[in-house]
Design a protein around this ligand. Structure first.
Ligand SMILES: [Ca+2]
Ligand SMILES: [Ca+2]
Ligand SMILES: [Ca+2]
Length: 845
């Protein structure tokens, strides 16, 4: 319900207090005469009349529909499109009707044969392919080759932009003037080039204004003489190619997956080779039915259990030219997954679970704290199969970079000797099936081989759990073949400048350590090597996302190019590969974080500004809840609806949350953390208070927007100072004390609430009560007709708070705290909540 008052001076909070006193009988006989229509009632507060609208209604006479509601018949009903119910391929547009909703074709699709399925139009299908004839009259866009050797470059002006005389200048024409783009009726400018296969730098040139500019939609770049240009890679048109006609159709109950692909002949018109079109799923051949006229293959795979499957489609022409393999990931699952609904868990692979003691191989002479401790893919897979993550409500895991690391050791900033157990000293960067680097393996032998990794990914997918791997692209270890072979070819920044030694003033070019050569991504060959490696990982292992390490230490080009390379691989399947960035910032870092977020860049970043605030407010108790309330007032929506940020209480670079809460960490920034890690590591507190503080912080985070990240051990309250003490080996079950087990139980209950209530993940936060001393805060998360009420008592002592819930449609009812199972009685819309010191309550309908 929404309160509309003739007096505009009342704040929400003040209003609710007055309503309470009115209900108490302070002015019971005053007449209430306002006409509030059919969906509201007149109430008097502080001497002012106003309308209290029914749930879903808004406006002076409660006649309009509130956000999240739409008019259905004569009533405002929760918007049926809110939960994105349209999931059929190319049919994702939900439109409300008088009685419900209908699913319409996407903008770039149509149902021109009226069979109820939407298919890409020729105009949409042809983008990115060399020109050839296309016919979509049969209901789907079919290409009729042979493919053309022409290359089309387009420019779409922004609304109101005056383009003038637009030209394309580049290496292909020696940067000459004269190659003009022409505008079509739809306003898109284009030029058709007949140039040989090759790799060309280009720019647009506005002749009338003498203006040079990059192609705004091209994610690939080529630097020449210190200047950045757009990059045009023209493929060999003799090779045929394969295209997915439309997105996979999946029937979950029968485990059936239907795919249709088309072979398009190369310019040589040699025809499809004798092997035909070959399809495999995880290496197992899958047969299909070939239409010899259109060269389309219909693949009907069946009996698949829930999980994610990677189809690989290959073909060659009769002259032996091979098409680039087409890789199509397909999910078989009940509900389509969206990253906004993820609960992410970070398991540092070496420190989580040892499933195979024979691969542990610590480096001689390195202290155990800084050495390999045995965690591996097999151990992670065992924990997945035991249901550890499912029970915790986790539906996405992030693990260490899978790359092989140096087998030796190196000196850290503190002079101590470290092994590569953290997986940030990679030596197999660059590996692909076609580029199997000599002397290294694609995965670290301490973790297991590539097949063991794929088995781990499959085990996660079978449980609906996404897998995110750390991707270390800023540097390699000096033992890497790339450094050995290409150090004199401009692939790395030289001369060596240490990041710490130069006070981090050259964040892009500096080296983290003398043994960690730093990539120069103005070098196109270096970019290709690492982007190809990224695409290989995506295609070969079926992973779902990257956590991109050290984002601010690489030029933006690289982030664009990784995104562009993966998008190119997955474009037809419709999968969006999730990329979250690690950009370590302070409390005022939101502008820097935002810089890398967008459709062509990262999907989100770890929310460091919120992390510092939460640490200060709940764990260190150096600021109160008023500060947090004020901060989330802007931070909840800071990065827009599009971004998927990740919120957290800890990671492998900061001191452990529990040790902050126990008062064992001298400063918020963990500046003494390393010293403490080696010389006076904190022990697990026996006092319950630090655990209670941690539970409060979890309650806040699990009822806030973003993807909450659980750093392994934080689900029960693992203790620890800075690196490497924040990376102690994981403990399970019987190794937890009573407070730790109780903390884990709270986290499980919180993730269950989060999954059950969309309002916690997508809703808007509204304060119901905030104590003057900043030690008690009640807020509601609202989304359509779903809401969750959260009450946090950060005081040491018990507190009682009266809350007005009439605006939520609550009158006389029993509300049960989902954390304690304790019932509370609401009467006349008022709820009185009593909480012990450092306790929280969470209520929902
Ligand atoms: Ca159709
Ligand atoms: Ca092991
Ligand atoms: Ca760098």
């Amino acid at each position: 319900m929404t309160w509309i008052s003739r007096s505009s001076t009342l704040t929400m909070l003040g209003l609710l207090v007055f309503l309470a006193s009115c209900d108490d009988g302070s002015n019971p006989t005053a007449p209430c005469e306002m006409d509030c229509g059919a969906h509201g009632r007149c109430v008097i507060a502080a001497g002012h009349e106003g309308c209290l609208c029914d749930p879903g209604y808004l406006g002076e006479d409660c006649a309009a529909c509130k956000s999240g509601y739409v008019l259905q018949g004569a009533e405002c009903a929760p918007d049926p499109c809110l939960d994105s119910p349209c999931t059929a391929p190319h049919q994702g547009v939900c439109s409300t009707t008088d009685t419900g909703f209908v699913c319409l074709c996407d903008d770039d699709a149509q149902d021109n044969d009226n069979d109820g399925t939407c298919r890409p139009t020729c105009a949409a299908a042809i983008q990115g392919y060399n020109a050839q004839s296309c016919d979509d009259s049969s209901g789907e866009a079919l290409f009729f080759g042979p493919r053309s050797c022409s290359t089309v470059v387009e420019y779409t002006p922004e609304a109101g932009e005056s383009v003038g005389d637009l030209q394309l200048r580049g290496e292909f024409n020696n940067w000459a003037v004269g190659s003009a783009l022409t505008a079509a009726a739809d306003g898109v400018y284009s030029i058709t080039l007949d140039i040989p296969a090759g790799d060309y730098a280009y720019k647009f040139y506005g002749a009338s204004a003498d203006r040079w500019f990059e192609d705004p939609v091209n994610p690939f770049f080529k630097w020449l003489n210190g200047e950045r240009n757009s990059r045009l890679k023209v493929e060999d048109c003799q090779a045929p190619y394969l295209r997915l006609l439309h997105r996979a159709e999946v029937d979950v109950p029968s485990g059936a997956v239907t795919l249709r692909v088309q072979y398009v002949d190369g310019s040589a018109a040699a025809g499809l080779g004798p092997q035909g079109i070959q399809v495999s799923r995880s290496g197992v051949p899958v047969s299909g039915t070939l239409d010899g006229v259109t060269h389309t293959l219909l693949i009907k795979d069946q009996g698949l259990g829930k999980g994610k499957y990677g189809y690989r489609i290959e073909a060659s022409d009769a002259a032996g030219h091979s098409a680039k393999p087409l890789v199509v990931p397909v999910w078989v699952e009940d509900q389509p997954f969206e990253w906004q609904d993820a609960v992410l868990y970070f398991a540092l692979t070496d420190r989580f679970a040892d499933g195979n003691p024979s691969n542990n191989a610590p480096v001689p002479g390195v202290d155990a704290k800084a050495n390999w401790q045995g965690g591996d893919f097999a151990g992670l897979k065992q924990k997945l199969e035991s249901g550890y993550f499912t029970d915790l409500g986790v539906n996405a895991i992030w693990i260490s970079s899978i790359s092989q690391n140096t087998g030796g050791s190196g000196a850290g900033d503190d002079g101590k000797e470290y092994a590569g157990y953290h997986s940030y000293w990679p030596i197999s960067t660059g590996w692909t099936n076609e580029n199997q680097l000599e002397g290294v393996q694609p995965t670290d032998p301490h973790f297991g081989n590539l097949q063991e990794f794929k088995d781990l990914v499959d085990a996660a997918h079978a449980r609906g759990i996404r897998v995110l791997v750390d991707f270390v692209a800023n540097h390699v270890h000096q033992d890497s073949p790339l450094w050995q072979q290409h150090q004199s070819e401009g692939w790395f920044h030289t001369p060596w400048a240490g990041c710490k030694e130069t006070n981090w003033e050259q964040p892009i070019t500096c080296w983290f350590a003398p043994y960690l050569p730093d990539f120069e991504y103005k070098n196109a060959q270096a970019v290709d090597e690492v982007v190809n490696h990224a695409v290989w990982m995506v295609e070969e292992t079926n992973i779902d996302g990257f956590r991109l390490d050290a984002v601010k230490h690489m030029i933006d080009d690289f982030v664009y190019s990784v995104r562009g390379g993966i998008d190119l691989s997955l474009r037809m399947s419709g999968e969006r590969f999730y990329m979250v960035g690690e950009t370590f910032t302070g409390e005022d870092g939101s502008d820097l974080l935002e810089h890398y977020i967008g459709p062509r860049l990262l999907d989100g970043q770890f929310d460091f500004p919120l992390y510092w605030q939460v640490t200060e407010v709940f764990l260190r108790e150096e600021r109160d809840l008023k500060a947090l309330e004020s901060m989330v007032g802007w931070n909840d929506t800071r990065y827009g609806d599009w971004a998927v940020m990740s919120t957290f209480l800890g990671n492998h670079d900061v001191c452990r949350a529990l040790s902050h809460a126990a008062g064992d960490i001298s400063d918020m920034w963990c500046n003494e953390g390393k010293n403490q890690a080696w010389n006076s590591p904190p022990s697990a507190p026996t006092d319950p208070q630090p655990y209670r503080k941690l539970r409060l912080a979890w309650t806040f985070l699990m009822t806030s927007p973003g993807v909450p990240l659980i750093y392994y051990g934080d689900e029960f309250g693992m203790e620890g100072a800075g690196d490497p003490d924040n990376r102690r080996f994981m403990r399970f079950g019987a190794d937890l004390n009573g407070e730790q087990a109780a903390t884990m139980e709270v986290v499980k209950r919180l993730t269950a609430i989060r999954h059950a209530h969309r309002a916690t993940r997508r809703g808007e936060r509204r304060t119901i009560a905030l104590a003057d001393d900043g030690l008690l805060w009640a807020y509601v998360m609202e989304d359509g007709d779903d809401w969750v009420l959260v009450v946090l008592n950060r005081a040491d002592a018990q507190r009682t708070q009266s809350l007005d819930l009439s605006a939520l449609g609550v009158a006389d009812t029993t509300l049960v705290d989902a954390l304690s199972d304790q019932p509370f009685e609401a009467g006349g819309g008022m709820l009185e909540v009593t909480l012990g010191g450092h306790e929280a309550a969470v209520f929902a309908l």
